[in-house]
Design a protein around this ligand. Structure first.
Ligand code: UD1
Length: 451
């Protein structure tokens, strides 16, 4: 059965105290909307429609950046969740299949939960995702009759008896498209909020003799974000969950609470993460790598057996092959470091390629930027780059070449050659001793004068 995903993202989120549309606030480096779309994508929907409203243009841009196939429906006025879903009526008029409605500000729904809802559709016309709330607050209440869902009652419209119910509505709902849109036609706004409630479709369905049930999930999964404090909590929940998943997958985290992950961080088993690490978006680490303390990585790939840090910075486009070593205070950007190469101390490698087995000495800089253009540095295999070498790009060091310490390389170095580009040293016999004596005498005179 084909499924169309409808993601509601029109709300303003006044309590976020921000000009940014609510669904674009980020959890672990990605907008909440993208988290919802990712969860939805995992059940391979035939169609995905995002309902935009407040900040429509920015929301549409973020949705399309994530997946250009995403369709958009616009809700000019926010008249309620039922009205929001109804904006997809024309787009789904010919759609033969199920609709699953998600919220763009509920980033933690698991794909397994959506799959369980799809499965429950085999036996029920409407499936609602519910959860047992520790504090049911203002959530809609699920009125059950055994396994059967009778109605969803919004808090504002609930009787005291209904308010005592702790089984609550997450907002996620699944139904056949034709049934859903037919029920929505009958939804009115004669209620405490004056809104068209999506939740009313359940009572209407039952009145038509259709069946409805509830699939439940953990409350943490339905966590929505509607305030800055809730966003902080959501990030903390995300980090805890992502770290636990890594640990369960065989990654060693010496101090999990000090490791900050992004929504797409991928780390293979048998890798070791030391304390105090930041993984920005776009990092993949293969099995058996070691990331040592206080390192910052984003947009990079680290192959098996590589050792990164401590205090390393890997920026977008850093490609580290097997058994490479990147040491303290080293920054790598847009550079391919081939197998076994070492860059261990105080170095910047940007817009470059380092061949297998090459060793880069301390304090080396690829001078890649002339103030206007970026230029590449190409370093061959088994090269020895002496400490404090300045590589003025564009420049190439051939295989098995060397640079002497302190060299400023402005011309290509052929295979096997030594580049020596510094002024010749002169030793002046006895001059240091005489200088010391002179300076010490000067200091003694000054000390005496100041007494
Ligand atoms: C809704 C449910 C409630 C449930 C709760 C869970 C209804 C009537 N109530 O309540 O049962 O317990 O979610 O969090 O559905 N939106 C639009 N257009 C609108 C209104 C809302 O796109 O006109 C979007 C919002 O951006 C948000 C989502 O729908 O992503 C939910 O809206 P919100 O106002 O948070 O729902 P609640 O009234 O809290």
């Amino acid at each position: 059965m084909a499924t169309a995903l409808v993601v509601l993202a029109a709300g303003k989120g006044t309590r976020m105290k921000s000009d940014r549309p609510k669904v674009l606030h980020e959890v672990a480096g990605a907008p909440m909307l993208v988290h919802a779309l990712r969860a939805g994508a995992a059940i391979s929907p035939a169609r995905t429609i995002v309902v935009t409203g407040h900040g429509a243009e920015a929301v549409a841009t973020a949705a399309s950046a994530w997946d250009p196939q995403v369709e958009l429906a616009h809700q000019a006025e926010q008249l309620g969740t039922g009205h929001a879903v109804d904006q997809c009526r024309a787009a789904l008029a010919e759609f033969d299949g199920d609709v699953i409605v998600l919220y763009g500000d509920t980033p933690f729904i698991r794909p397994e939960t959506l799959a369980a809802m799809q499965a429950a559709r085999a036996t029920h016309d409407i499936v609602v995702l519910g959860f047992e709330a520790a504090d049911p607050g203002r959530y809609g209440r699920l009125r059950m009759d055994g396994q059967s869902l009778e109605a969803i009652v919004e808090f504002k419209d609930a009787s005291d008896r209904e308010k005592a119910i702790t089984l609550c509505n997450s907002g996620v709902i699944a139904a056949d498209a034709a049934t859903l849109f037919s029920l929505l036609e009958a939804v009115g706004n004669d209620n405490a909020s004056g809104e068209y409630y999506l939740t009313d479709v359940v009572g209407l369905a039952r009145a038509r003799g259709l069946s409805a049930t509830v699939v439940t999930c953990d409350e943490a999964e339905t966590l929505g974000v509607d305030s800055p404090a809730a966003l902080v909590r959501a990030n903390a929940v995300y980090q805890d969950r992502a770290r636990a998943e890594l640990i369960a997958a065989g990654v060693t985290l010496l101090a999990p609470e000090t490791v900050h992950l992004s929504f797409d961080t991928a780390i293979g088993p048998d890798s070791l993460l030391e304390p105090n690490l930041v993984f920005g978006p776009g990092v993949t680490i293969e099995n058996g790598a070691t990331i040592r303390a206080f390192s910052h990585l984003e947009g990079c790939h680290v192959a098996r057996g590589a050792v990164i840090g401590p205090y390393a910075r890997l920026r977008p486009g850093a490609e580290l092959s097997e058994d490479t070593r990147i040491g303290n205070f080293v920054e790598i950007k847009n550079a391919q470091i081939h197998a076994g190469a070492k860059v261990n101390h105080l170095t910047y490698i940007g817009d470059a390629e380092l061949g297998e087995g090459t060793n880069v000495g301390a304090g080396t800089v690829t001078c890649n930027y002339d103030g206007v253009f970026k230029h590449r540095t190409t370093i061959g295999r088994n090269v020895f780059v002496g400490s404090d070498t300045m590589l003025v790009a564009p420049v190439t060091l051939g295989d098995d070449s060397m640079t002497a310490s302190g060299t400023v390389v402005t011309e290509d170095v052929p295979d096997g050659a030594l580049a020596l580009g510094r002024s010749r040293q002169v030793n002046k016999a006895g001059l240091a001793r005489r200088m010391f004596e002179k300076l010490k005498a000067m200091k003694a005179r000054r000390d005496k004068d100041s007494q």
